[in-house]
Design a protein around this ligand. Sequence first.
Ligand code: NAP
Length: 338
Amino acid sequence: MKVALVGASGAVGSEFIKILEERRFPAKEFLLFGSKRSAGKELNVCGRLCQIQELKDNDAFKDVDIAFVSAGGSTSKEFASVITRYGALMIDNSSAYRMDKEVPLVVPEVNPQDALNTPKKIIANPNCSTIQMVVTLKALDNISPLQRVHVATYQAASGAGARGMEELQAQALDYAQGKNLKIEAFSSQLLFNVIPHIDFFSDQDYTNEELKMHRETQKILHRAVPVSATCVRVPVMRAHSEAIWVKAEQPLSVEVAKNAFQKMPGVSLIDDPQAKKYPMPLLASGKDDIYVGRIREDIAEEGALTYWCVADQIRKGAALNAVQIAEYLLDQHVIDQK
Ligand SMILES: NC(=O)c1ccc[n+]([C@@H]2O[C@H](COP(=O)([O-])OP(=O)(O)OC[C@H]3O[C@@H](n4cnc5c(N)ncnc54)[C@H](OP(=O)(O)O)[C@@H]3O)[C@@H](O)[C@H]2O)c1
């Protein structure tokens, strides 16, 4: 199999390289793509040195079987036809095609079969905050259909890519040295602060990140479950956290929910508050699972439940989810290992 990685030099691209190696993804050849900025640079992929090519309108994707694309929405839109022209399947991490009716939006633990229908040869990876939440919601929705979800997110700097991480680190160093802090990647200083603003504000006064969680959850679950989100950037390097409040048709008990989370693939329970054991970003960083804890009855609404959920958004929220989609398609023989 020939595999292309578009955006290989980025935060998500770097994680793709690690995950493909860790999971021994059955590729014979890797092609790496980027903009002019990284073209010519060499990266080690599964023991082979590969040179990054500049993404252009040419025939470079001839014979490519799968293209993992993580180079921003405008690049995905501009180059989708170039990438898929000769039959390559594009698994896209950007928001460009997520709500396109002819593009499935897939989380393998929740709706894998949607990946089988790809009229545009594109599959979209959901937003990182949506992925970790929707896997946990699916565990509860299997018990009793969910009626509504409230969520507050605590999103890491790396959600804004390599420059988000660099900015937080630079602010910490500059602060320690008494220098002025540079603010470019975020709307305000992130160090010692939290910023209730991710992506642009819509005319409903929700941010686009918040609306993504609402719309994408419905597309993935195939049901009109309303999700009201407040998305907040926090000075954490990696892994997003979420406080979630859910109400289902039937009352949800803590014991039943714990059991459902334990059985859900990709979810790990850490819920022993007396022993100070609960999920945290430092613990989830670099890990594949979605960690759930602090499960309790919602004292503001009888029968409702609230819990805390943490996952590494560069892995499960992006690269890992995309690789799992490809693995599912290999299992289903939709993509042939030549
Ligand atoms: N970070 C996350 O937690 C996360 C989670 C889920 C989804 N995503 C999505 O994944 C995508 C990448 O995010 P990231 O965090 O990895 O960003 P990033 O660290 O800023 O990396 C961006 C990558 O895109 C490449 N790129 C930009 N413009 C390009 C162009 N015109 N042609 C070819 N390549 C181009 C860059 O290559 P050069 O270095 O050569 O410019 C770089 O490799 C975005 O769509 C983002 O929304 C990110």
